[in-house]
Design a protein. Structure first.
Lengths: 263, 870
């Protein structure tokens, strides 16, 4: 009985804060992210192309392999693969300009999760330094976010108060961003107007609403042992193999000791 | 509200003495407030921004400057508007600004290079990252790769779904029968395993038709590699031998796999013939697999691994060769040969009940099967980005025979069956673009032939054939030939979230059936021979409509069938027209709940082998005869389900309900004689069969114990009309099934699996009921990882049946494995059936009778095997 109530209230609370996000993206900013996921191997940075799609009310930031405008259609030796899988970064960060919220979303198996944070996560300090980047005049600002000191370069020439990942809040688009250890470095490599404007629509009502802590716990549980995370009744796996499986995942996770957010 | 609106985020330079508060509103030319416009305060000389804010939903802003106003300017920007600029003056602190719309576009920076596409886009796993020293073949390594599993049958799955293709260097040597290659390629020869997600194996469909299937490609270290596996094993008792040698020669243009295998340890080598590839077609596929039209009386096979019960002696050899003729054109030849024998021993008791009495029939069964078969296939495939062509010519020959001995207390009855079987088929598949549309054409044509003969001695059904007097022998001859051709043409079109796939198909079949019963008695009997042919034509036109988004998934298929059946010998001619729609709907209600609904109407019509008006002795105690009426079954199928999935709490559950109703125009009449003889006739009479089923299951993962608990249950009711010994009755089976499982991985060196399944059912007619049947299976399986080289596994299985005697059976097994690190050798020692349990007993309810069976399983055995890879 108790459980029924619990579900009922979960249901109600989900319905109440349900969000229907809808927009057409007008601009696409492409960043190259160079990052060090394993702090024991700092001389081997990885890199990935990230995309920020900017609409009137919403922006979406994700790895390009997750991006809307990049349907998998790459030919390979004997077929092709969706590049969805070829990324360490599975999130899509949505920023709602009107409601001033950041929605961090991530799909794990069949489920879509999200947690929200205020858009003004970090307070920026402007400096007087300027430089020209990719033809844009940019000014330097600094901030502290989740255990790292960052330097951000923004350009008022693109009057969009947005940037990569959860970063925003400067009077212009952030076109370069890095932490002072240079473990995470975003650099704008492309900015283009979209034509036609891709439509974006998502209803967070069908996402599992959670908080950052619970989300990280759930994600870790999945990463540590995807097999136990959600049992597939049609699947049998020998315990011996399962063991080896968990071991190899533990090794992978050990090498991912340097996430962007430290706290 | 907008807290940060009131915070000045950046202040730079000299902190002036004076503080100035600037405020205002920003509107567009039609007096609507402009939200989220940036308000910037800059130094005029350096253009450095010293303060900024953005406007609120009313277009208002307020900004504080910690310095003198002199030499500063204000800029207001918003996407789609011209930038507004003004040099600040000391007196003016409030601004009402109107922004002018602008079509001026932001300066673009076009990507010069596209780094993603330059990088290989295949998800590739370096074998070295996953390979342990104890891993020998690539199958061992694949098992450990994320998302991949190798099922006990050898089938590989990725994320729970079977893979579509198994390539070696991009070549598809083994097609669906990849098990042997996967278990023979040495892991040391492989550089990478590439996972091709969303793989479309047909290049012309690439980027036109998406695929959600995954394939894998084995990349070798060297251009040419000779690799393989050898296994040798010996044990007792009786003397056990197991050998396998599988060399492979692999390159990018030419690949060969040869294998020879022998064992008498219970490993079923006939399973090597199994193909894991699948096809989907609306036309009911002509079943070319070997049909057991006549049979020696068989035993129920135990429901666990054949290595515990199969008494075999199997030789198996295979040659597979692939040659790349020219670019994108492959020729393949696959040949397999099996020669084996099996022994089967046990007994079974059938119980038939009627309102007046009950009848038990006990038979002890002793069978010997001789398997002898050859499977050959030649494939030519052209796979280019312009078109696709594949032709597959294959033939299967069986020269199987078997002998059976029955002891039914009264007498000993011998049975001899020879069942040679042959088929030849050609499958032609082509895809080509016509205009902008891709047309798919599929054609399967084949011929099947079998001459079967069953000899039973002494003759059975003495009342029927010899007025109750015993006689020496009865022979049943049977000849069946069939020609078929199935053809479909179709296309698929994707329109946003909708997919439309119209298909047209035509099939033609001609089946010829002849049979004759000859006894050692000189009398001739009516109705003991058959000679007829069935011609059937099926035409269908169908459309499949699919809609899919994050919330809804809907599939609607609307096939219309025109069939024609002609049976001149019985003057049957029928042209039924049927509409057989199917629908599937699923909807996500909340992030945790999902509901599914599906429904289907389908029809099936009589098959040639079930139309014989003359008697056929199917086995020594079944004499079967049908009314010369085309049978027709209409099936109505509906199901609904509710799923709950809470990944945050690791709780999953589902509840399903299904109902199936079959309407038949024929009913079966079973005549059971006290001697166990079963005469089966069909009679024209409308009747129906109903199956209802409710099932639920749940699982919960306990993080702190690394344990998954899961359980489930189902309740079912099956009811159908039957005629048994002239009494028409409605038989009902009520059943319940409960299952519980715990998978515990608490420690690194130790794991345990516990399983318990309880099954009970009762068969009832309107007048009487059979004994309740109860089966209970429990198992505990423990694993010890002593170190990286050593592995120990012990298992106990317990089987319970509510029989009068021998209710319990326990089987215990133990296995130890040692892997040498320096040499690619594994040694394993297994002791199966430690307690030397003799029999597996089982009781179950069938449509109108109860069956208790006893199967003699393999005795206590010790086997030592060594596995080498080279």
């Amino acid at each position: 009985m108790k459980n029924t109530f619990f579900w009922f209230f979960t249901f109600i609370s989900i319905s109440l804060c349900a969000q229907n996000l809808k927009d057409n993206f007008q601009y696409k900013a492409t960043y190259k992210l160079t990052y060090i996921l394993d702090s024991t191997a700092t001389s081997f940075p990885k890199s990935e192309v990230m995309v920020l799609l900017i609409g009137e009310n919403i922006s979406a930031f994700s790895s390009r392999s997750k991006s809307l405008d990049n349907k998998p259609s790459v030919r390979g030796n004997s077929g092709h693969t969706s590049i969805n899988a070829v990324t360490d970064l599975h999130y899509i960060v949505l920023k709602d300009y009107k409601r001033d919220f950041i929605y961090y979303t991530r799909q794990i198996k069949e489920d879509f999760f999200y947690y929200e944070q205020p858009k003004s996560l970090c307070s920026w300090k402007l400096t007087g330094e300027t430089k020209t980047l990719n033809g844009y005049k940019a000014q330097k600002a600094t901030t502290i976010f989740s255990g790292r000191d960052y330097v951000g370069w923004f350009t008022p020439e693109v009057p969009v108060s947005d940037g990569p990942y959860k970063f925003s809040g400067l009077p212009g688009l952030i076109i370069e961003l890095y932490d002072t250890q240079n473990h995470y470095h975003f650099e704008l490599i492309g900015f283009e107007k979209l034509d036609p404007k891709p439509a974006f629509k998502t209803n967070l009502k069908y996402y599992i609403h959670t908080d950052r802590k619970t989300f990280l716990e759930t994600e870790l549980r999945y990463r540590r042992d995807p097999f136990s995370y959600q049992k597939n009744p049609n699947l049998t796996i020998s315990p011996e193999v399962h063991k080896k499986y968990i071991e190899s995942f533990a090794e992978i996770l050990e090498k991912e000791n340097n996430p962007l957010e430290r706290e | 509200m907008k807290l940060w609106l009131f915070i000045i985020l950046g202040i730079l330079g000299f902190v002036g003495n004076s503080q100035t508060q600037l405020s205002g509103t920003v509107k567009d030319s039609s007096d609507n407030p402009v939200e989220s416009a940036t308000v910037i305060i800059k130094k005029t000389n350096t253009q450095v921004i010293i303060a900024y804010t953005v406007t609120d939903e009313l277009g208002g802003f307020s900004i504080q400057i910690d310095s003198v106003v002199k030499g500063l300017e204000m800029e207001i920007q918003s996407l789609g508007f011209m930038t507004w600029k003004n040099i600040l003056e000391a007196q003016k602190t409030h601004f009402d600004i109107i922004l002018q719309e602008s079509v001026e576009e932001l300066r673009e920076v076009i990507l010069k290079t596209d780094p993603i596409r330059q990088r290989g886009d295949t998800l590739a796993y370096a074998v070295s990252a996953f390979k342990n020293k104890s891993d020998r073949t690539i199958a061992d390594v694949i098992e450990k790769m994320p998302g991949m599993n190798v099922l006990p049958s050898g089938q590989i799955t990725y994320m729970g779904e079977p893979i579509e293709k198994y390539y070696i260097e991009g070549l598809d040597l083994m097609e669906g029968k990849y098990k042997l290659a996967n278990e023979s390629i040495s892991a040391d020869d492989v550089a990478r395993v590439e996972v091709l997600e969303n793989h479309q194996p047909i290049k012309v469909l690439d980027s036109l038709v998406g695929s959600d299937r995954t394939s894998i490609n084995i990349k070798l270290k060297n251009n040419v590699s000779l690799s393989g596996k050898a296994e040798l094993g010996a044990g007792f008792s009786p003397g056990l031998i197991k050998t396998t040698i599988t060399p492979l020669l692999l390159s990018k243009k030419r690949q060969t796999l040869v294998s020879y295998q022998y064992n008498n340890t219970g490993e079923d080598l006939a399973s090597n013939f199994k193909s894991f590839s699948s096809s989907q077609s609306l036309l009911p596929e002509f079943n070319t697999s070997k049909k057991g039209l006549l049979e020696v009386q068989q035993l129920q096979k135990p429901p666990f691994t054949p290595e515990r019960w199969l008494d075999n002696s199997d030789h198996y050899g295979t040659i597979n060769h692939l040659e790349r003729l020219k670019k994108e054109m492959d020729l393949k030849i696959n040949l397999s040969y099996l020669n084996g024998s099996r022994l089967e021993m046990g007994s079974q008791k059938s119980t038939y009940i009627s309102s007046s009495d009950s009848l038990n029939y006990l038979e002890s069964i002793n069978n010997k099967y001789y398997l002898h078969s050859l499977d050959s296939k030649i494939t030519l495939e052209k796979n280019t980005s312009k078109n696709y062509f594949k032709n597959e010519l294959s033939s299967q020959s069986y020269w199987d025979s078997s002998q059976g001995l029955i002891n039914n207390n009264a007498s000993e009855i011998s049975q001899q069956l020879s069942s040679p079987y042959w088929n030849l088929k050609n499958h032609f598949h082509i895809l080509m673009p016509i205009g902008k549309q891709l047309i798919e054409f599929n054609s399967k044509t084949g011929y099947v032939s079998t001459n079967q003969e069953l000899i039973v001695a002494p003759g059975t059904f003495v009342d029927f054939f010899n007025n109750g007097e015993s006689y020496d022998q009865i022979h049943q001859y049977l000849e069946y030939r069939a020609f078929y051709t199935d053809n479909t043409v179709g296309l698929a079109k994707k329109l946003g979230k909708f997919t439309l796939a119209p298909t047209v198909g035509l099939s033609f079949r001609k089946e010829q059936f002849e049979s004759e019963i000859i006894t050692t008695i000189t009398n001739t009997f009516p109705n003991t021979s058959n000679n007829y042919s069935l011609k059937s034509t099926t035409f269908f036109i169908s459309n499949k409509l699919e809609y899919k988004d994050k919330i809804w998934q809907i599939t609607l298929q609307t096939p219309l069938f025109v069939r024609s059946f002609k049976l001149p010998e019985y003057s049957i001619s029928s042209k039924p027209l049927t509409f057989e729609p199917r629908i599937f709907v699923s909807k996500k209600l909340t992030p945790f709940w999902e509901v599914r609904l599906s429904g289907q109407i389908s029809n099936s019509f009589g098959e040639a082998e079930n139309l014989h008006n003359g008697f056929i002795l199917k086995n020594y105690r079944s004499l079967v005869r049908y009314d010369p009426i085309l049978s027709r079954q209409t099936q109505y199928n509906a199901s609904t389900g509710l799923r709950y999935r809470n990944a945050l709490k690791a709780v999953f559950g589902s509840l399903n309900f299904s109902i199936i109703k079959n309407k038949n125009n024929l009913i079966f009449d079973y005549q059971v004689s006290p001697e166990g003889g079963l005469a089966i006739k069909s009679i024209e009479q409308n009747n129906n069969q109903i199956q209802k089923n409710i099932s639920f299951n749940f699982s919960k993962y306990l993080d702190s114990w690394k344990t998954t608990l899961s359980g489930g249950g189902s309740f079912y009711l099956v009811e159908q009309d039957q005629i048994v010994n002239n009494a028409f009755d409605r038989y009902k089976t009520y059943g319940q099934l409960y299952e519980f499982k715990a998978d515990i991985d608490a420690e690194k060196w130790f794991g345990i699996k516990v399983n318990s399944t309880f099954n009970t059912s009762q068969l009832k007619s309107q007048d009487f009921s059979f004994n309740r049947v109860e089966n209970w299976v429990n198992s505990v399986n423990a694993f010890f990882y002593l170190d990286k080289k050593q592995y120990l596994n012990g298992a106990i299985e317990h089987y319970y049946n509510n029989l009068q005697n021998s209710q319990n059976a326990v089987i215990m097994n133990i296995k130890y494995q040692y892997s040498f690190e320096k040499h690619p050798i594994d040694i394993s020692l297994s002791w199966n059936n430690i307690l030397n349990t003799r029999n597996y007993v089982n009781t179950q309810n069938n449509e109108y009778y109860n069956l208790q069976s006893l199967y003699v399983i393999r005795p206590s055995q010790v086997l030592l095997t060594a596995l080498f890879t080279f």
